[in-house]
Design a protein around this ligand. Structure first.
Ligand code: S3P
Length: 439
């Protein structure tokens, strides 16, 4: 296990870079945008609303239409697999006096949307949902009123939807939540000239709507959620280490790296002197401990900063010292991600021979050390399940086949190639999984 890898651009930042470029006044420049299926969904939705978004590439220039410049879409907006596209763009169109209909793929069509429909309705939009909660979702926006919304969950997507509705609707908004969550939307707003204030230890945020936004000029940092897979691989390797470059450095996103450290892995975070338009950057160096990983407990306060990495953490936990338990609680949100990640992770861990108990709001995983894991993974088209089990599949001695490797393209194009590069294996090994001997 060795090498230096800069994983692709951050997904959350990439969605927002496109959205804010579209709403800014003037020409924006985005470098290092993540060109993955989810971000292409946001680009397509913006195009349908009249924004000229060129084909995504390493450097994208977008002429913003201003906060009031979007046009009504001629057809339904297909958000593909992307919950972020749907919820953030629901907020954007809520400020416009036209009707927009959102649809998505099979997975997105079962995910809850009432959580955005409720605050947007309270602001004055009219929102219709299938079965009161899911796509298709039709939004008639219009004159909005200010809102002070007490959010039940700590979802950054819901918070962002309300902030974006305040922005396009020209009304002040305040959102509070049980716990703080990733603050990318707030950082963009501030960097582009809006007044956003935080209170209550980051749990509440207020936006005073600006008249216009300055253009975006950003180099998107590497995605910590993608870097996490290679960090996990290094933590489970026999020897060596991996260096992960230019990773977005945020306390709201680094929970997996902190958890790996608590499990005993060697995790070194070196903050970089330069930043990326407001986002700090760090280089992570990760290696395996001399003597196996420990089980840990992940509680509700830990969840938000590693929400997308919890299936991966469960896979790592299955290789902790024999008999060591890792218990994840307070994570019931996992049930409404791209798949029910509690039951899908548990079923797949069981399918490869690990010992796991499914909890209502989490998982209990029993470490089995280096006992080989063998079996077939059903991803349910969920990119994070494919990649988490891809890491286990890449470890010497395991024989794990994954039904759909292609879905990794939702957030990490080139994942299988990077995994193979890190282990020195070929990405297209005949078993259909990236299996390789670790150096
Ligand atoms: C995201 C927020 C999180 C995360 C998702 C991206 C964002 O979802 O799981 O992958 O970019 O705001 P929730 O806001 O639903 O927790």
């Amino acid at each position: 296990m060795r090498g230096r890898i800069r994983v692709p651009g951050d997904k959350s930042v990439s969605h927002r870079a496109l959205i804010f470029a579209a709403l800014a006044t003037g020409r924006s420049r985005v470098r290092g945008l993540l060109n993955a299926a989810d971000v292409r969904s946001t680009a397509n939705v913006l195009r349908a609303l009249g924004v000229h978004v060129p084909e995504l590439s390493d450097e994208v220039a977008i002429a913003g239409l201003g906060l009031r410049g979007l046009h009504s879409a001629a057809s339904v907006l297909d958000c593909g697999n992307s919950g972020t596209t749907t919820r953030l763009m629901a907020g954007v169109v809520a400020g416009y006096d036209f009707v927009t209909e959102f649809v998505g793929d099979h997975s997105l069509s079962r995910r809850p949307m009432r959580r955005v429909a409720q605050p947007l309705t309270a602001m004055g939009a009219t929102v219709a949902l299938a079965r009161g909660d899911v796509l298709p979702m039709e939004i008639r926006g219009g004159p909005l009123r200010p809102i002070d919304w007490d959010n039940e969950s700590s979802s950054a997507q819901v918070k962002s939807a309300i902030l974006l509705a305040g922005l396009t609707g020209g009304v002040s908004v305040r959102i509070s939540a049980p716990r703080p969550s990733r603050d990318h939307t707030e950082r963009f707003l501030r960097a582009l000239g809006a007044t956003v204030t935080e209170s209550d230890g980051g749990r509440a945020v207020t936006l005073e709507p600006p008249v216009s936004l300055r253009p975006v000029d950003i180099a998107v940092p590497a995605d910590p959620s993608s870097a996490a897979y290679l960090a996990a691989l290094a933590a489970l390797a026999d020897e060596g280490e991996i260096v992960l470059e230019d990773v977005l450095d945020s306390h709201y996103r680094d929970g997996f790296f902190r958890a790996l450290g608590r499990m005993g892995a060697r995790v070194n975070r070196a903050p970089l002197a330069r930043d990326s338009a407001g986002d700090a950057l760090a280089t992570y160096t990760v290696g395996a401990p001399a003597s196996g990983l420990r089980g840990i407990s992940i509680e509700v306060g830990d969840v938000s900063a590693m929400i997308d990495e919890l299936p991966l953490l469960a896979c790592v936990a299955a290789r902790a010292a024999v008999g060591d338990e890792t218990v994840v609680t307070g994570a019931s949100e996992l049930r409404v991600k791209e798949s029910d990640r509690i039951s899908v992770t548990a079923a797949n861990l069981r399918a490869v021979g690990a010992t796991v108990e499914e909890l209502q709001d989490g998982l209990r995983i029993v470490g089995a050390g280096r006992t080989p894991l063998r079996g077939h993974i059903r991803t349910h088209g969920d990119h994070r399940i494919a990649m988490a089990f891809g890491v286990l599949a890449a470890l010497a001695g395991n024989e794990i086949a994954i039904d759909d490797r292609h879905c990794a393209d939702v957030s990490y194009p080139g994942f299988w190639e990077d995994l193979a590069r890190a282990t020195g294996a070929a990405a297209d090994s005949p078993s259909g999984s990236a299996m390789g001997e670790l150096a």
